[in-house]
Design a protein around this ligand. Structure first.
Ligand code: HAM
Length: 468
């Protein structure tokens, strides 16, 4: 039985052929460079095509597709356990949907281009703007709160590291219309449910939680304007990826005073809630919401999975309140998932604001983590029945047998060619068939077939219409 190869999830970051090498190896540095394409090169059709997928993208051969389906099935089942409805959006969206102020990394990673009608379009780098678009389009016809989930492919021109690719699938769960932290608590509960379901424990991963309101409170002490606040969050999200000196320099470039920067960095290093309370006082909105969230976590029963960490701010501009990030406790992998509250995204699209929170959970990092912990499941091919005629003249009879079984909801691999029995047994083993159904002339004359139970070798005859 062939285990899933997980090749699709682990495909090497290195190009597999010169033709597939990355001519634009650095992520696009600016909006304009992100769309500049190399001059058109005529294709030489006499050459054999490069059979490798583009760098950072994956094929999903059957064994990898089975693993992907297993993962998505778990995403779906957990979402449904929490009463969420599935939605989807086009992969191709208007580029304008992703143009946000604040210097987000994601902005420079967009696959965007002009279509044949001269419209600026983009392959979606995330699902949240599409969700906002659809909610705005549906308007009052929706009944609130909305609880939606989606599993969709996203495209980002990323520098590839372990678990980070140029396309990935993201599971999203979002709640629109719930202003208080019961929303975030419910979302985190679904993430924990998912982890437990696939065998990941609180020893393997944790979820760091903070609130952007913590930083907002610090910055308001220094009268930092709202526009700089978002920019500051995006800069702070780079903490750990760039040096402290670089971080300070970037914060200075958005006109934060030295005092503000020092105080900010001090607050960001806080890892305990009590310490935060001491620093900010026990009454502000940030403290209250975090307190409520930690108290709800106790009721839900997932306290051991979560921890306060002021350094979590997240790199997307639209978050306004609680933010959270799933992390591998061994520290080998990048964020497993992330999300938060985004109460003001709708107005940036010209709509009325709606309270909203949600998360995104990628397919690649979690597979890496399962592999690390030796928890990757084997998802074997399983086709219950294999049907084969013993005589070329009985091909039609075998087709009838297959149809009878399929009509009763049984899966059948019908042997379409004339093959020796040895081959049929080999095939039966490969597909993990439970039964081999042989159509031979002597039995068929009586409307019967031979059924062989492959695990025990037991064999009997049965009338074709009585096959179950
Ligand atoms: P994000 O943090 O950019 O958030 O992405 C969410 C998750 O998607 C990450 O934690 C990671 O698992 C996965 N991911 C992101 N980029 C890549 C990549 N290049 N390769 C592999 N996996 C990746 C968002 O996208 C928000 N829209 C999530 C959200 C939904 N917030 C509210 N609702």
């Amino acid at each position: 039985m062939a285990p899933a190869t997980v090749d699709a999830f682990m495909a090497p970051a290195t190009p597999l052929s010169a033709d597939n090498s990355d001519v634009n190896a650095t992520p696009h540095a600016s909006r304009s460079s992100s769309v500049s394409s190399p001059p058109y090169q005529a294709v030489d059709y006499s050459q054999k095509i490069d059979v490798n997928p583009r760098k950072g993208t994956r094929d999903f051969p059957p064994e990898d597709m089975r693993l992907r389906n297993w993962l998505f099935q778990n995403f779906r089942e957990v979402s449904q356990l929490f009463g969420f409805e599935e939605v989807d959006y086009p992969i191709l969206e208007s580029e304008a949907l992703y143009i946000r102020k604040g210097g987000e990394e994601i902005r420079d990673q967009i696959y965007c281009f002009e279509d044949r009608g001269n419209r600026r379009v983009a392959l979606r780098p995330e699902l949240t703007p599409s969700l906002a678009r659809l909610v705005m389009q549906k308007g009052q016809s929706l009944s609130y709160p909305i609880k939606w989930y989606a599993i969709g492919q996203c495209w980002r021109y990323e520098n590839m590291t372990r678990g980070r690719r140029r396309e990935h699938y993201q599971w999203n769960m979002d709640i629109i219309g719930v202003p208080d932290v019961t929303g975030e608590a419910e979302l985190i509960s679904s993430i924990v449910t998912f982890f437990k379901r696939i065998g990941i424990t609180a020893k393997d991963v944790g979820i760091k939680i903070s609130s952007r309101k913590v930083l907002q409170e610090v910055m308001s002490l220094y009268s930092v304007p709202e526009t700089s606040f978002t920019k500051a969050c995006i800069i702070i999200d780079k903490m750990g990826k760039i040096t402290i000196e670089e971080l300070k320099k970037e914060l200075k470039s958005i006109e934060l005073s030295n005092d503000a920067i020092e105080n900010l960095l001090q607050v960001l290093s806080i890892k305990s809630f009590t310490e935060l309370e001491e620093k900010l006082g026990g009454t502000g909105e940030a403290i209250n919401e975090l307190k409520q969230l930690f108290s709800l976590a106790e009721k839900f029963g997932y306290s051991e999975w979560i921890q306060f960490d002021a350094s979590v701010v997240r790199g997307l501009a639209y978050y306004t309140g609680i933010v959270f990030e799933g992390f591998d406790r061994e520290g080998k992998l990048r964020a497993v998932c992330g999300g938060g509250r985004y109460d003001r995204l709708f107005s940036t699209f010209g709509g009325d604001d709606l309270p909203a929170c949600g998360f995104g959970f990628g397919d690649a990092v979690i597979i890496e983590l399962l592999k690390e912990r030796r928890l990757l499941p084997e998802v074997p091919l399983e086709i219950e029945n294999i049907v084969c005629s013993l005589d070329p003249d009985l091909k039609g009879a075998a087709a009838r047998v297959a149809s009878v079984l399929r009509g009763k909801g049984r899966c059948v691999d019908l042997v379409l060619e004339n093959k020796p029995l040895k081959w049929v047994f080999k095939r039966a083993a490969r597909i993990n068939a439970r039964r081999l159904i042989l159509v031979g002339s002597a039995e068929w004359e009586k409307g019967m077939v031979v059924v062989k139970i492959l695990s025990s070798g037991e064999q009997y005859q049965v009338n074709v219409d009585e096959l179950e």
